[in-house]
Design a protein around this ligand. Structure first.
Ligand SMILES: [Zn+2]
Length: 283
């Protein structure tokens, strides 16, 4: 009997130790794994980048359903009611969000970067001799600083897209202010020019978001063409979607991920063939 209890205790100890080992072995986030070893040792790079999207699987059968995209600019941009915050009172913002560019012009905008794919994206843009408007997320800028530096250096317009990609219209003024400032502080150090363009995640904003944008002397930039590039991994579908909608004044919202990057050369050629001039969003 005494021996049996010993055996049981020994077995339990082994089980516990094995369990602890499993818990103590962290998974390396794939996005961080692509940061250089030197950068990963630097505590300022400890911020985990925001993974704003889960791409749907190609297989759409019931046994493998499409995952809801999380974070991409899903839906149309619109102003929403203010979340009650007794401390702040309702000064009405006169800010007019930008939804379009000029006659004969088209602007390609790329949201949610930088990511581990941005380097490749910048290469494609250089090959096509085009400048785009990026809307970078603060935490991602901290995780992939080299890509922000390169985007600025190569003449792209760099706008701001929050720190962590929340629904700002569902937050109080104070919470929005904290979100606004924390990410902007990570982004402004990359450019000697001030960051003047802001795009609220999901295009969801309210009067408080507009007030904050004004206070930071920025413009709010939304869009009027959404090819839903997050909804497919097939670049040819993205090309078709963009070119079937594009018109004079289009601001096209797209995202920093591989299928969009693969689609961009044909998108750029197609827009030029239609006679439009590709521009960055003016400010
Ligand atoms: Zn976004």
């Amino acid at each position: 009997m005494k021996l049996s209890w010993c055996s049981i205790i020994s077995m339990l100890t082994i089980l516990l130790l094995t369990g602890c080992e499993q818990v103590a072995t962290p998974d390396v986030p794939s996005a961080l794994a692509s940061v250089s070893p030197a950068a990963s040792l630097d505590p300022t790079f400890a911020t985990k980048p925001v993974d704003t999207g889960v791409l749907p699987a190609n297989n759409t059968s019931a046994s493998n359903p499409i995952k809801e995209p999380v974070g991409f600019e899903v839906g149309s941009p619109k102003e929403e009611p203010v979340v009650t915050d007794e401390k702040k009172q309702t000064k009405k913002s006169a800010l007019k969000p930008i939804y379009s560019v000029g006659k004969g012009q088209v602007a390609i905008t790329i949201d949610d970067g930088p990511t581990k794919y941005t380097e490749e994206l910048l290469k494609v843009l250089k090959e096509q001799n085009i400048h785009v408007t990026f809307f970078f997320i603060g935490q991602n800028a901290a995780a992939f600083p080299q890509s922000v530096t390169q985007a600025v250096y190569e003449g792209h317009e760099v706008g701001y897209h929050s720190d962590t990609h929340p629904h700002m219209s569902q937050m109080t003024y104070d919470a929005q202010e904290n979100e606004f400032n924390s990410g902007l502080n990570k982004l402004i150090k990359f450019d000697k020019h001030p960051v003047t363009l802001f795009r609220p995640p999901y295009g969801a904003y309210n009067n408080d978001t507009k007030l904050l944008t004004e206070e930071h002397q920025m413009q709010m930039v939304l869009w009027n063409e959404d090819p839903k590039d997050w909804a497919t991994t097939d670049p040819s579908k993205i090309v078709k979607s963009v070119l079937s909608q594009v018109q004079s004044g289009s601001i096209i919202v797209m995202h920093d991920h591989p299928s969009t990057i693969a689609a961009l050369p044909d998108i750029i050629k197609g827009i030029r063939k239609k006679g439009y001039t590709l521009v960055t969003v003016p400010y």
